[in-house]
Ligand binder design. Structure first.
Ligand code: C2E
Ligand code: MG
Ligand code: MG
Ligand code: MG
Length: 285
């Protein structure tokens, strides 16, 4: 009896495996066409200077409006895009779209903000990446200082030497480099501090229990202090409460983003936000 049950379990497992791979395959096929079918969108989440409260830029976050499935989160399709290599074309589209948008905001509002674009490990390995990015800036007449590239720790660990050289060349152009999801990877501090980067973005996991948990608050404060010591910029992500923002202000964290400050939004809504921040906004209207 036990044996029959065991066999039964195995068969059900096989069926669900088949179902999963069929689901995966359909998603992969759809994703292949998503760009051509114009199903991708970029949303922009505002980033603020903590000390002054000023809007400093936006992080570009891709969305996929998949037919019959609704809005798909990048957390659900970027890993697949990464596996299949599609992330190179998608990432390139996001980069160009974001540069064009930053330029359009500048022309329409007179404010020169920065746009931060996520770069996947796979993109970092592509040939002529630096020239390619320089060209995207040029095509949109966007100054390199207005572009920030976010790279996860794992991307950097993959191939230390050539990655460091690519990052140096990007920085030499004037582009800033941020290490995304900092603190959840495996890199050692001694290693990260050697890298040619401008700032770290602490993963939102570090803020979740701040200030309620004393030990988590101490850890977050230590990370901020470390950024000061190393003289690198620090961005906190996942700021969801006024108390968290106050904590960051007290400890001197440079920049912040999160639902408390603003959710990812479409370009028109972001433009309204820029205009609301404009020093002469009150005079103009
Ligand atoms: P990420 O780069 O760490 O982006 C931050 C994520 O946290 C975003 O999720 C954002 O919507 C979310 N978030 C922001 N504020 C809060 C908050 O206060 N609370 C909570 N709970 N979440 C917050 P999203 O847009 O779903 O993106 C997920 C991940 O997908 C990103 O994480 C990034 O790694 C990746 N991704 C997004 N767009 C792109 C892209 O164009 N290229 C690549 N390679 N990856 C991308
Ligand atoms: Mg990011
Ligand atoms: Mg992040
Ligand atoms: Mg994160």
């Amino acid at each position: 009896h036990a044996k029959a049950q065991g066999r039964n379990t195995v068969r059900m497992y096989d069926e669900s495996m088949t179902r999963d791979s069929a689901v995966r395959l359909r998603m992969e096929n759809d994703l292949h066409q998503a760009l051509d079918r114009k199903e991708l969108r970029v949303m922009y989440q505002p980033q603020f200077d903590v000390a002054t409260g000023r809007l400093v830029g936006a992080e570009a976050l891709v969305r996929w409006r998949r037919p019959l499935h609704g809005m798909v989160s990048p957390a659900d399709f970027i890993p697949m895009a990464e596996d299949t290599g599609l992330v190179v074309a998608i990432g390139d589209w996001v980069l160009r779209e974001s540069c064009a948008q930053a330029r359009a905001w500048e022309e329409r509002t007179g404010m020169a903000l920065r746009v931060a674009v996520n770069l996947s490990p796979r993109q970092l390995e592509t040939d002529h990446l630096v020239e390619h990015i320089a060209q995207a800036l040029e095509a949109n007449r966007l100054a390199p200082s207005r572009l920030e590239l976010e790279i996860t720790e794992s991307a950097i660990v993959r191939d230390t030497l050539s990655t460091a050289s690519v990052l140096s060349r990007l920085r030499a152009l004037g582009i800033s480099i941020a290490i995304d999801d900092f603190g959840v990877g495996y890199s050692s501090m001694s290693y990260l501090r050697e890298l040619p980067v401008d700032k770290f973005k602490i993963d939102r996991a570090f803020l979740e229990a701040v200030p309620a948990s004393e030990s988590d608050s101490r850890l977050a404060a230590a990370l901020i202090a470390m950024a000061h010591t190393l003289q690198v910029g620090l961005v906190a992500e996942g700021v969801e409460t006024r108390e968290q923002l106050e904590f960051l202000r007290q400890h001197g964290c440079h920049e912040a983003q999160g639902y408390y400050l603003g959710r990812p939004m479409g370009p028109e809504e972001f433009e309204a936000l820029i205009l609301g921040q404009h020093p002469e906004a009150g005079i103009a209207r």
